[in-house]
Ligand binder design. Structure first.
Ligand SMILES: Cc1cc2nc3c(=O)[nH]c(=O)nc-3n(C[C@H](O)[C@H](O)[C@H](O)COP(=O)(O)OP(=O)(O)OC[C@H]3O[C@@H](n4cnc5c(N)ncnc54)[C@H](O)[C@@H]3O)c2cc1C
Length: 298
């Protein structure tokens, strides 16, 4: 392991001041499940790790029925998975958080780290996108907000500038008759990287069968997580039927630009895009309809 200094920051001001002062030579440390591995492997170098886990603003987890959900960037996945409010209102996010590694990794790993690491295959990003999450970023010039779908700019690259810190995510209150889901395909049952991931969210009209709005996002099929706006727009006003879901899944498949690598060919990933998007829509529909999940699908 390379040598570096370590400072646990106890306030947001202290964390920002250290990051600004040390510029390119400092990095925020959250759960460390990406960063420590990268430092050990010399894939990244740093002189200072600023531990942001003790910062109160990064540890918030609060739900207001009129404002929505605030999740601090350093909240570990285990806290998300065990929160009954999240399970009820943001099930797609809970699906994703409970897939990240195993229990040990989930006890450390955070949504902030998952997003800032900017892997195209990061599991929480399609789920955050379909739940309309917006990032609150703090930096030397104050605060700014960026939608999750606009945060990653390339593999490993984000909109964050030197000295900036991701503070929290805000997710709006889901409308009545809403549901969401995230699914991924991996060759092993856990601790693996998604070959494809698909998130879907639906809101139904009062008739319980017409789609009011829908959002679809994919992971691991482009240099950054992919928000497929056209697939959601296609579904608006359509019946929540297998035919509608299959059409939307084809639009998602067309938007995907996957590569071939050791874990799957481009053609296989394209195939998975359609299958996983349809299944994620079906699961989101079951949740929006409050049908017990064992009965499943329209
Ligand atoms: C065994 C194993 C299994 C894994 N399985 C999965 C999996 O199934 N799915 C998956 O998506 N990932 C997986 N991962 C990767 C990793 O666990 C996740 O990406 C995790 O969410 C990273 O969060 P972290 O808090 O540990 O981030 P860290 O490692 O602390 O940080 C990651 C990067 O983000 C930066 N950063 C962190 N927080 C902030 C912030 N608030 N503001 C600005 N920059 C910040 C850091 O400087 C660093 O560059 C796995 C990793 C391991 C080791």
């Amino acid at each position: 392991m390379q040598a570096f200094d370590y400072v646990p920051a106890t306030s947001l001001e202290q964390a920002l001041s250290l990051l600004t002062q040390h510029g390119e030579h400092a990095r925020p440390l959250s759960g460390g499940t990406d960063l420590i591995v990268q430092l050990r492997g010399n894939l990244r170098r740093t002189k200072l790790l600023v531990d942001i886990k003790p910062v109160p603003e990064l540890n918030q987890l609060s739900y207001d029925p009129s404002q929505g959900l605030t999740v601090g960037a350093a909240v570990p996945c285990t806290r998300l998975c065990s929160d009954p409010t999240l399970c009820e209102h943001y099930p797609g996010l809970v699906d994703a958080a409970s897939l990240i590694g195993g229990v040990q990794i989930q006890s450390r790993a955070t949504l902030g780290g998952n997003l800032c690491n900017a892997s195209p295959a990061a599991d929480s990003l399609p789920a955050l996108i379909v739940h309309q999450a917006v990032c609150l970023i703090a930096g030397p010039k104050g605060y700014r907000r960026v939608a999750v779908e606009d945060f990653c700019t390339a593999p490993g690259q984000t909109v964050l500038k030197t000295g900036e810190l991701l503070v929290s995510f805000h997710l709006p209150v889901p409308q009545p008759h809403s549901g969401a889901a995230y699914l991924r395909f991996i060759p092993r049952s856990e601790m693996d990287i998604a070959v494809v991931g698909a998130g879907a969210a639906l809101t139904l009209r009062d008739d319980g069968n017409t789609i009011e709005t829908a959002r679809i996002a994919l992971g691991a099929v482009a240099p950054t997580p992919l928000y497929v706006a056209e697939a959601g727009e296609f579904l608006a006003g359509k019946p929540a039927s297998r035919a509608s879901f299959e059409q939307a899944a084809l639009l998602a498949q067309q938007a995907a630009r996957p590569i071939s690598d050791l874990r799957g060919t481009s053609a296989f990933r394209k195939h998975l895009c359609a299958v996983l998007t349809r299944r994620a829509l079906e699961r989101a529909f079951v949740r929006a309809s409050q049908i017990p999940e064992v009965l499943q699908t329209p």
